[in-house]
Write a protein of this length. Structure first.
Length: 187
């Protein structure tokens, strides 16, 4: 039997049996000669065949008679029942959600988001999560995509500030917010 790893302290009978069966070679057996299947007997209406006049072979040396050949009866498989056609399977909605999008907010922004979600939840009469509201906003932006392309921002192009420039980032986000507000009002 193979040795266990020092970290293994419990005995797993399934694993040890598998290891033992892999470690020992399988006994070799001679291939069986192929026998042709015997034909099915005639239907009951046909007369019985005459007995074969050939004598039976003598018993083997050990006194054990040879086994008689078996008649193979063919089984007719049951008819294949195909299941009723079903509508195309819809992909599980949660299985497609594998990518996480995150961003950081400060306490004031977090409080404002929670208050906005609470107001939306009050209007709906149920709790609304951040991810649900975020998906709704992204759906709205996807609908407004044509309007965004039709109304480009006027003025000089804005450069995105570095992450360390908090004031520059706030100004950039304010410009983005103003632009989106203008485009969504025109829809």
């Amino acid at each position: 039997m193979p040795r266990r790893a020092p970290t293994e302290d419990t005995v797993d009978p399934v694993r040890s049996r598998l290891a033992a069966s892999v470690a020992t070679p399988a006994p070799r057996t001679a291939p069986r000669p192929a026998q042709a299947p015997t034909p099915m007997p005639e239907p009951a209406e046909a007369p019985a065949p005459a007995p074969d006049p050939t004598p039976e072979p003598p018993a083997a040396v050990g006194g054990v008679p040879e086994p008689e050949p078996r008649h193979v009866q063919r089984r007719v498989p049951p008819p294949v029942r195909r299941p009723a056609p079903q509508p195309p399977a819809r992909k599980d909605a949660m299985s497609a959600m594998r990518i996480t999008k995150k961003f950081l907010v400060n306490e004031n922004e977090s409080d404002r988001m929670e208050a906005t979600l609470a107001a939306i939840g009050d209007a709906f009469g149920s709790r609304v999560t951040y991810s649900q509201a975020s998906r709704a906003v992204w759906s709205l932006l996807a609908i407004a995509e044509e309007a965004l392309a039709a109304h480009p921002r006027r003025g000089e192009p804005l450069r995105r500030p570095s992450k360390g420039d908090a004031i520059g980032m706030a100004e950039y986000e304010e410009e983005l917010s103003d632009y989106l507000r203008t485009v969504l009002k025109r829809m």
